[in-house]
Write a protein that binds this ligand. Structure first.
Ligand code: SF4
Length: 318
């Protein structure tokens, strides 16, 4: 992806302020319309409007088994839009093949990803929640695509994690455009070393072993498996502990370049970060400064140093 190309992100249309809800209203997310809009090319979709339910319309809700609910009208339960919503989810998963992520509206019987209320036939809510019908069909068809709900993006750690995955997905699309090769895959994995160590240290080794089994001509077969496992590994959120470990590893590359006072300052800030006194950006900025003065070719290619645009300021909040 060039610097000027913004990743395309699918989004529930009501989150962008479109008045498409059952009552003619919207659910604008200012995070999406302000902070994120500058960085992403949003593709708004309202599945309920797309399948022909008008605005306004009777609300629908999920009814039945939480794992396999139906989407029925709340006023007229004979209105069953389960099949059209699922078919539209499959259709859009195929048509929107250039997306690098999707932000879904939470709690919606069509778009919600988690814990959407599911009711029994007698109207009482079930204990377990379900997933919106459109979201379920879309995600089943695109299991590697990074997806998140608007509400969860208010959490700084989840937001940063989602952005890491979106840009990793875009990075992978760029690699696919070049054509998969053994060397290209090895270089890709090498660039993700410290990002993976932050998210999921065990999987870094597992994925390395997977690539180690790759012979000449195997890249087309191993590549998609590698990518699915990479995306699953990146889903796990990095912690202060794993970030601190990565920062320590990175500081090791500077041990011959820094004097004792500089080394102590680096260690002090890593410790302050580990203890929750300063955000991640603080020790990282100091490390980046030292790597500018004492460049290291292996470290400079690491995605971990800047996995998403700096002006999203995601590491100021974690
Ligand atoms: S949650 Fe989904 S179906 Fe409901 S109004 Fe928003 S985009 Fe449309």
């Amino acid at each position: 992806m060039s610097d000027t190309t913004k990743p395309r992100i699918g989004i529930s249309a009501c989150l962008l302020g479109a008045e498409v809800r059952f009552n003619g209203g919207h659910k604008e997310s200012r995070l999406c319309t302000h902070a994120l809009a500058e960085h992403f090319d949003f593709v708004p979709v309202c599945p309920e409007v797309a399948i022909g339910l008008g605005i306004p319309r009777q609300p629908i809700r999920l009814v039945g088994e939480p794992g396999r609910p139906l989407a029925l009208g709340t006023v007229d339960a004979s209105l069953d839009v389960t099949a059209p919503l699922a078919a539209y989810g499959q259709q859009m998963a195929g048509e929107l093949d250039d997306l690098c992520g999707y932000i879904f509206m939470h709690k919606s019987p069509s778009c919600g990803l988690e814990r959407v209320k599911v009711y029994r036939d007698n109207g009482a809510p079930q204990h377990d929640g379900g997933r919106g019908i459109y979201a379920e069909a879309f995600c089943a068809a695109r299991p590697d695509l990074p997806v998140e709900e608007d509400g969860r993006l208010c959490d700084a750690v989840l937001r940063e994690n989602f952005m890491v995955r979106v840009y990793a997905y875009a990075d992978w699309q760029a690699l696919l455009r070049e054509g998969l090769s053994r060397g290209g895959l090895m270089r890709f994995h090498s660039r993700y070393k410290y990002q993976l160590m932050a998210n999921n240290p065990l999987q870094y080794k597992v994925l390395g072993k997977l690539l180690g089994t790759m012979g000449r001509g195997d890249a087309a077969e191993i590549g998609p498996r590698y990518f699915s496992e990479l995306m699953a590994a990146l889903k796990r959120c990095a912690t202060r502990g794993t970030h601190s470990n990565v920062l320590q590893h990175l500081s090791g590359y500077l041990k011959r370049s820094l004097d004792n006072a500089d080394k102590q300052e680096v260690q002090h800030l890593i410790e302050q970060y580990r203890l929750g006194i300063v955000p991640l950006v603080v020790p990282l900025t100091l490390l980046k400064h030292h790597f500018r003065v004492h460049p290291d070719p292996y470290v400079s290619q690491q995605v971990y140093l800047q996995p998403h645009p700096e002006n999203l300021s995601l590491r100021n909040a974690i």
